[in-house]
Design a binder for this molecule. Structure first.
Ligand code: PLP
Length: 419
């Protein structure tokens, strides 16, 4: 027990010192230390990730799965060991179920094209939620137009949650897929993936989980949860841009047509037709994001040294600190749950009578980077009844004093716009 307590104390200390691992956080913005509170958009990169990419280019650069010379074999080994690391990180039993893509957006487009094409027909329905990012709406709209499919929306409650009882009503016989986000990139709400998957499966409906906002904040267990598809982006988990992941159950992979044609995804090509490589290569046409893979692997290792429990604890502490202050100001409207349970460090609000872009601009003058706008969730903003919101989103390197700075800088916005 003493050893465990020591372990917990060590990871507390480690995470409080992690800021020094991120070179960009040493810079100043407008004469102030950078307070980076836009982690839902993208995260900053630790030196170990930057080094892993540089090391690949300096020492191992080659294309993968093609050459038989030493460099090509090294590059292929690095690439495949990245696939193993991802499988391990998200609890997938078989690394053959991990497809590298360019990001969450491409992962979802892959399913909306390659899986829908073979498995859905005119009159079928797909359920989405009102809290989805555009990348989990528009690909389905494109598929809906091509195949005569209907999109049905699972409404968001006034508290910013999903009502499971309503899902039961929506799961009619014509529903063939449920695609939903694990964490809302505006409301911060966490949706219970395992429970939702169980309900959908009891109606014979597969699920796709958009975990773009979840992988950096909480533990993911695809095999245990039994979800059919899961997508995320490397750049939101402290890894590089240009790489993402699609996890798909083996049987779903077998149901899919190729997504794109090209080198690497074929078994044999003739003048008029071709046969396909086995998954995951079947879905990785062309040169994949080779150098990004060791970067992503280094990012996952970086998170593992703290442990996901400690990361969650830190995220909860920051969220609570922000919510406590936010609810003190009568002129600040919070969008999303005000209680900490099943909620993460994505906190959106508006300052009454001031446009969110004006707020963000004033905050930037104090070195505070956060996002204003619709955050690629116009359906959700329509539901919230506002065109735009200000969003703080926390990462492992943030500390409560940066949130305090944000609230002090808001006073300046009040002084400028509401004098
Ligand atoms: N899904 C959610 C919930 C997101 O927050 C985002 C990005 O903000 C995406 C999908 C799209 O991610 P990417 O642009 O990396 O493909």
């Amino acid at each position: 027990r003493r050893q465990r307590q020591m372990c917990i104390r060590d990871s507390h200390t480690l995470i409080s010192q992690c800021r020094k691992d991120f070179p960009i956080l040493k810079r100043e913005v407008n004469g102030y230390p950078l307070a980076y509170l836009d982690n839902a958009a993208t995260t900053q990169k630790p030196k170990s990730v930057i080094d892993a990419i540089t090391n690949f280019y300096e020492n191992h650069n080659s294309n993968v799965s093609r050459g038989v010379y030493t460099l090509a074999e090294e590059a292929t080994e690095i690439y495949e060991s990245g696939r193993d690391a991802v499988a391990n990180f998200i609890g997938a039993e078989d690394s053959g179920t991990i497809i590298f893509t360019s990001g969450t957006t491409e992962s979802i487009n892959l399913v909306a094209s390659a899986w829908v094409q073979k498995n859905l027909k005119k009159g079928d329905r797909i359920i989405l939620t009102e809290m989805e990012h555009h990348s989990n709406i528009v690909p389905w709209q494109l598929a809906a137009k091509s195949y005569g499919i209907e999109l049905v929306y699972w409404p968001v409650t006034p508290e910013g949650r999903l009502d499971l009882a309503l899902l039961e009503e929506l799961l009619t016989n014509s529903v063939k897929l449920l695609a939903f986000t694990m964490v809302s990139n505006v409301l911060g709400s966490i949706n219970p993936v395992e429970q939702i998957t169980k309900i959908a499966h009891s109606h014979g409906v597969p699920v796709l989980v958009d975990s773009a906002q979840a992988v950096s904040r909480m533990s993911i267990k695809v095999s245990e949860w039994d979800c059919d598809f899961l997508a995320f982006s490397g750049h939101k988990v402290y890894g590089p841009t240009g790489i993402g992941v699609l996890y798909a159950k083996k049987e779903r992979l077998e149901e899919m047509m190729p997504f794109q044609g090209g080198g690497g995804m074929i078994s044999h090509v003739e003048k008029q037709s071709s046969t396909w490589a086995v998954p995951p290569q079947k879905f990785e046409a062309g040169t994949p994001p080779v150098a990004q893979v060791p970067g992503l692997k280094a990012a996952l290792e970086y998170l593992e040294q703290y442990g996901i429990k400690e990361i969650e604890r830190h995220d909860n502490e920051l969220t609570e600190h922000a919510l406590n202050q936010l609810t003190e100001f009568p002129d600040l409207e919070l969008y999303g749950p005000s209680e900490i349970q099943n909620r993460t460090g994505v906190v959106s609000f508006n300052l009454q009578n001031v446009h969110s872009h004006d707020v963000a601009q004033v905050l930037d003058e104090s070195g505070i980077a956060l996002r204003a706008g619709h955050h690629c969730t116009q359906v959700l903003h329509e539901r919230l009844g506002v065109p735009a919101t200000v969003r703080m989103s926390f990462g492992i390197y943030n500390d409560p004093s940066e949130i305090d700075r944000m609230f002090s800088a808001l006073d300046q916005a009040r002084a400028i716009f509401l004098h």
